[in-house]
Write a protein that binds this ligand. Structure first.
Ligand code: PBG
Ligand code: ZN
Length: 330
């Protein structure tokens, strides 16, 4: 065998030597249109409060959120994902504040649609930010989630977002049957134009920690393992995927992103729907903390993490870095 490197026939590195060659042969690219920016909304005016566990991310009153949307449009970000954070005194057992036609998210949807017609408006559909117990739905007497009652409330919530003008409803509560219940309510309410982005494959993850702080949605007791997926499971995800497809969802999501890129790839291969992934709060805070300590280069690490999601097969990425990443790519 000839091991003389001078006579190497196959050299992958030949294609990496020239910058133009590298540019020409790059297999995946990020663009600002890949990104969706999550926004935390609060009541009031002129409010922009930084979230302790997510430095650089703020809770915004609707007027301040509009400015953020302006930035998003200017930088070519595709859309925003809205979360409402309400006062403790407005919460109840069912989360009824979430389907108030003059609720926080509904007001924001109307304002954003009017000010920025080119921006895609997505609303997270869940109850943990609106219930006094902090679980993702209504509870039965034994403390378990009552899925049938929750589905009815989910229909009310989705319909009220649709009436406010939302483009996409994104149910995140891992309620069996949530996609068909929402589809039925939207169609019956003459909103068949509204699409459904299902959090189809959502794991019970420690990486949601900072979000629960931001959205004030930590369960008062117990955890979410009785409805979110076990991080150990893959096959179960395919079942969730098949059910959501059968129920008529338009797009599916894997969440969190970085520890679950195998699932992004698997969903990409197994279905022909758009697959999105959510770089969640803990992923954001981890990168942010390391960069602030001087241990990581923020721009390079963030863009590399996002590129990894695209390479895994994501069609779009929900990320708190949407505005920064769009600017860096700009
Ligand atoms: C609510 C919801 C959560 C996230 C999005 N929607 C938290 C949870 O399930 O506890 C997490 C987002 C993030 O961590 O950035 N159902
Ligand atoms: Zn929830």
């Amino acid at each position: 065998m000839n091991r003389n490197p001078l006579s190497l026939r196959h050299s992958p590195r030949r294609l990496r030597r020239h910058p133009a060659m590298r540019g020409m042969l790059q297999e995946h690219q990020l663009t600002p249109a890949d990104f969706i920016l999550p926004i935390f909304l609060v009541e009031g005016e002129g409010i922009r409060n930084e979230i302790g566990s997510m430095p650089g991310v703020f809770r915004h009153s609707v007027d301040s959120a509009l400015k953020l949307c302006g930035e998003a449009v200017a930088r070519g970000v595709s859309g925003v994902l809205l979360f409402g954070v309400i006062a403790e005194t407005c919460k109840d057992a069912g989360g009824s504040a979430s389907w108030d036609k003059d609720g926080l998210v509904q007001k924001a949807i109307r304002a954003i649609r009017a000010a920025y017609p080119d921006l895609l408006v997505i609303a997270d559909a869940c109850f943990c930010e609106y219930t006094d117990h902090g679980h993702c739905g209504i509870l039965s007497a034994d403390g378990d989630r009552d899925d049938n009652a929750t589905l009815e409330n989910l229909q009310r919530q989705a319909l009220s977002y649709a009436e406010a003008g939302v483009h996409v409803v994104a149910p995140s509560g891992m309620v069996d049957g949530m996609v068909s219940a929402i589809r039925e309510a939207l169609d019956a309410g003459c909103h068949s134009e509204v699409s459904i982005l299902s959090y189809a494959v959502k794991y019970a993850s420690a990486f949601y920690g900072p979000f629960r702080d931001a959205a004030d949605s930590t369960p008062q007791f117990g955890d979410r393992r009785a409805y979110q997926m076990d991080p150990a499971n893959r096959r179960e995800a395919f079942r969730e995927l098949d059910l959501d497809i059968a129920e008529g969802c338009d797009m599916v999501m894997v969440k969190p992103a970085m520890p679950y890129l195998d699932m992004v790839r698997d969903l990409r291969v197994r279905c022909d729907l758009p697959v999105l992934t959510y770089q969640v709060s803990g992923e954001y805070s981890m990168l942010q903390a390391a960069a602030r300590a001087g241990w990581l280069d923020l721009q390079r690490s963030v863009l590399e993490s996002l590129l990894g999601m695209k390479r895994a097969g994501a069609d779009a990425i929900i990320t708190y870095y949407a505005l920064d990443a769009a600017e860096w790519l700009g």
